[in-house]
Design a protein around this ligand. Structure first.
Ligand code: CTP
Length: 408
């Protein structure tokens, strides 16, 4: 049966996009119909999935009338399973949106539970996920929730909100679901980024390099690789064809990243970067060792009366070589790790390295390995812009937005 929302003629921004909308148990579920209305009006196909908790606040009939699509909720429905298996529901979607996402549902996602239709199909889902949390401010601030958010973010879940304001239980604070118009805007920008960045070839370097002295000893630095990995993940989620070339780190790359190459030294990193060309975009987030030992010893240097003298040799500058390459990527982005005179040193580095953009950070303020970063964003020929302190994932998202605008 086709149900009519009576919305009249449609605009076509989201035409051919299928959104699986999971509505979970929060009072903010009453805003889900408005979100469906906005999406349908913009041409999207919306398939609603309602959890038991969600059904306490909004009816399947409301959702399916507005979506003009059947609303699903039962994991063990024989008719639904015959018409459209629960795995297939996530396969046909271009994007899975969870709005509202309750604290309980977020915990289920984080722990990989599959005890109802919504959680089961998320477990089987390979498509990008956008989550709009809604809960009491104390629940949002709870360490358990924050740990779940962190681990889901690492797995590539994107977030819109929650925002600050009065919530249903009359407590003030962050926990309120983002407005349907804001969720709609986040969905639109997801698709804009993915249509512009789809199949754009990106080379990203990340992590430290390790330079051997002898078979036992080495020189390296404290880079964790977190920022480079977060950028690789965000670009891969936006549809880019990412090659991530990284030094030794304790991180697992997102499975969405097309190619991951683990290297050890600067020379190996340089070779891998060269082999990955041509590319549309290069992002050098690695902390490449500036020098290596001229003569690496084949055997362990034995302790003697006088300490050994190590003669150093300069490593290739990978960023500079990319920026001056005959196969130069259209957009070359560098990083600058500084401990003093951030703007002055970063501006000089932007010119010296001949890159287009530079993300500078003060590593004395935000230590290597931290989850947050504060960036001074420099673009050739423009005034530097200071980004507020944010998580490395958010820095990655912001950079993806800037890259999307660049290629528009
Ligand atoms: N970089 C590179 N190859 C090198 C050294 C640095 O590709 N051999 C890149 C880094 O990935 C980063 C940028 O250059 O994008 C700046 O790195 P940074 O360590 O801040 O600067 P250095 O060039 O090492 O200069 P300095 O140590 O004097 O700050």
């Amino acid at each position: 049966m086709k149900l009519s929302s009576g919305l009249g003629p449609r605009a076509y921004g989201l035409t051919k996009k299928t959104i699986l909308l999971i509505v979970t148990g929060s009072i903010a579920a009453y805003k889900a119909p408005e979100l469906i209305r906005l999406l349908v009006k913009d041409g999207a196909r919306v398939i609603p999935v309602l959890t038991k908790g969600g059904a306490q606040f909004v009816t399947p009939l409301t959702l399916q009338t507005l979506a003009e699509e059947k609303s699903y909720s039962d994991l063990f429905s024989l008719t639904d399973e015959a018409e459209m298996g629960h795995i297939k529901l996530s396969r046909i979607a271009d994007l899975v949106v969870i709005a509202p996402a309750s604290a309980d549902f977020i915990a289920k996602m984080a722990y990989g539970l599959g005890d109802d239709l919504a959680s089961t199909l998320l477990l089987a889902n390979k498509k990008p996920v956008l989550c709009a949390p809604a809960m009491n401010p104390q629940m949002w601030a709870a360490s358990a929730t924050q740990d779940n958010i962190k681990s889901l973010t690492k797995r590539g879940v994107n977030w819109v909100g929650p925002v600050s304001g009065d919530v249903a239980c009359h407590e003030d604070g962050v926990g309120r679901m983002a407005e349907p118009t804001d969720i709609f805007a986040a969905i639109k920008s997801h698709f804009t980024a993915s249509s512009i960045l789809k199949n754009k070839k990106v080379i990203i370097t990340a992590g430290p390099t390790v330079e051997a002295i002898d078979p036992v000893r080495f020189m390296s630095n404290h880079s964790s690789g977190k920022q480079g990995f977060a950028i690789a993940q965000a670009l891969a989620l936006a549809g880019a064809d990412v090659t991530l070339i990284h030094g030794p780190v304790c991180l697992n790359p997102s499975p969405r990243i097309k190619k991951t190459i683990a290297v050890t030294s600067a020379l190996e990193m340089q070779k891998a970067v060269e082999a990955a060309l041509p590319a549309d975009i290069a992002i050098c987030a690695a902390a490449v060792a500036d020098w290596r030992v001229k003569q690496t010893q084949d055997n362990k240097i034995k302790k003697a009366a006088t300490p050994p003298t190590l003669t150093m040799q300069e490593n290739p500058d990978i960023l500079l070589s990319l920026a001056t390459h005959k196969k130069r990527p259209k957009l070359v982005i560098g990083f600058a790790a500084e401990t003093e005179k951030l703007e002055k040193h970063a501006a000089a580095k932007l010119t010296r390295k001949k890159c287009d953009w530079l993300l500078a950070n003060d590593v004395a303020k935000h230590a290597f390995g931290a989850d947050h970063n504060q960036i001074l964003f420099l673009q050739k020929g423009k005034k530097p812009v200071s980004w507020k302190e944010m998580s490395k994932q958010d820095v990655a998202e912001k950079l993806v937005q800037a890259i999307t605008t660049f290629f528009k």
